[in-house]
Design a binder for this molecule. Structure first.
Ligand SMILES: [Zn+2]
Length: 226
């Protein structure tokens, strides 16, 4: 007798802010069927509801703290207190541990951005959350909202480049510069797109990520041609 394996499983989590334990759904990797990948790493899936992006963030049902695997641990008491005062105090207990649709995932990702801001996570991490919010709008074909969050992603990634905090979230400088150029290309800021694509092409570490550099060249030409 064979048992059908469901696409999701419950993962145990512990909240950094209030230490509450809860479960959140994650996708089993064998169910991930990528259809297409775009240049900013946005992916479409054969079954849109089997999209791991919908399950990237966990939400503590007790205090509202919403986080991904890339979040740095919150150690400072003052940051925990800031979150409790600014977010938890008005949080209505809600469990996001079930299956999710795109609207729910968007609500959660916006809460994740707020959680990252209040707990002073690296700018590079905030950029990647803004990029994910932009993707969730792209799935829903809301282009003006998508552009608004691509803009915000670029602002955060730019701060990350200046501060160097992308290293804290294991992101390479080349990957950061590429995605920065790509956010600007997509929002129509060709000048800044070319500036950051050039930094990739001329980077001292370019031999380490030849595929990324090649892709950057293609995008650089595209911003020149159009
Ligand atoms: Zn909590």
């Amino acid at each position: 007798m064979t048992q059908t394996i469901p696409p999701f499983y419950d993962k145990n989590m512990t909240c950094d802010i209030c230490t509450h334990s809860f479960t959140t759904k994650k996708m089993r990797s064998r169910f991930i069927r990528v259809d297409q990948v775009e240049n900013d790493f946005y992916k479409t899936y054969k079954d849109p509801l089997l999209n791991p992006l919908l399950y990237e963030a966990a939400v503590c049902p007790e205090c509202g703290y919403s986080f991904t695997d890339s979040f740095l641990p919150v150690k400072k008491e003052e940051l925990k207190e800031a979150f409790q005062n600014q977010v938890s105090s008005s949080w209505k207990k809600r469990d996001f541990g079930g299956e999710r649709d795109y609207e729910t995932a968007l609500t959660i990702m916006k809460l994740t951005l707020l959680s990252a801001k209040v707990t002073s996570q690296p700018y590079g991490l905030m950029g990647s959350i803004c990029l994910r919010i932009a993707w969730l709008h792209r799935y829903q074909e809301k282009s003006s909202e998508e552009a608004r969050f691509l803009d915000q992603a670029a602002v955060q990634y730019e701060k990350s480049f200046l501060e160097g905090d992308f290293r804290d979230i294991a992101m390479s400088e080349l990957a950061l510069l590429f995605i920065l150029g790509e956010c600007y290309r997509r929002t129509g800021n060709k000048e800044k797109a070319r500036k950051y694509f050039s930094k990739v092409i001329e980077h001292k570490d370019k031999h380490l990520e030849p595929n990324l550099v090649e892709r950057t060249r293609e995008q650089w030409y595209e911003t020149k041609a159009n």
